[in-house]
Design a binder for this molecule. Structure first.
Ligand SMILES: [Ca+2]
Ligand SMILES: [Ca+2]
Length: 127
C-alpha cells in the first residue's frame, strides 16, 4: 500500500494505481470561505476497462465540521474547554502521544501559543 499526502485543491485530483493495489491519501483542506456546518469526505474511483464490479468504487468516510477557528472540540463555541484541550496538546507535533490535530489550528504541525492565540481571538464566539 502506498501513502500520499496532498494539499487540497479546489479542483479534483487524480491518483493512478496499478491493479490490485491501494493507497492512503492524507490531505489538508483549507476551509476558508466555506460555510460553517458538516461536510462529508468521499472518494470515487473511475471504472477501468474490463471492470465489472463497481460497487466498491465509492468510499464515503469522514465527517468534517467547519466551525469557528479555535473550536477544537466541535461544540460550536470557542471557550475554555477548547483552550484546555489545546493545553493538553501543548508543544506536541504529529506522532507525539498527546498530539491532537484539531488543536493545530494554524496547521503548522505544532500546537503552540500561535494556536491558542487564534482561539483567544475568537473566544466566546458561538454559532
Ligand atoms: Ca468548542
Ligand atoms: Ca499550530
Amino acid at each position: 500500500m502506498n501513502s500520499e499526502r496532498l494539499a487540497y485543491a479546489s479542483s479534483p485530483f487524480s491518483i493512478t494505481l496499478s491493479g490490485e493495489n491501494s493507497t492512503t491519501i492524507t490531505f489538508t483542506w483549507n476551509t476558508l470561505g466555506f460555510a460553517k456546518g458538516n461536510y462529508t469526505i468521499s472518494a470515487y474511483a473511475a471504472q477501468v476497462p474490463s471492470e465489472t464490479d463497481t460497487a466498491d468504487n465509492t468510499k464515503i468516510d469522514g465527517l468534517v465540521l467547519v466551525t469557528i477557528a479555535g473550536d477544537v472540540n466541535g461544540d460550536r463555541t470557542c471557550d475554555m474547554a477548547d483552550i484546555s484541550m489545546m493545553i493538553d496538546a501543548f508543544m506536541t507535533t504529529p506522532g507525539d502521544t498527546n498530539w491532537n490535530p484539531n488543536c493545530d489550528v494554524n496547521d503548522d504541525d505544532s500546537v503552540d501559543m500561535a494556536d491558542i492565540s487564534i482561539a483567544i481571538d475568537h473566544f466566546m464566539e458561538a454559532w
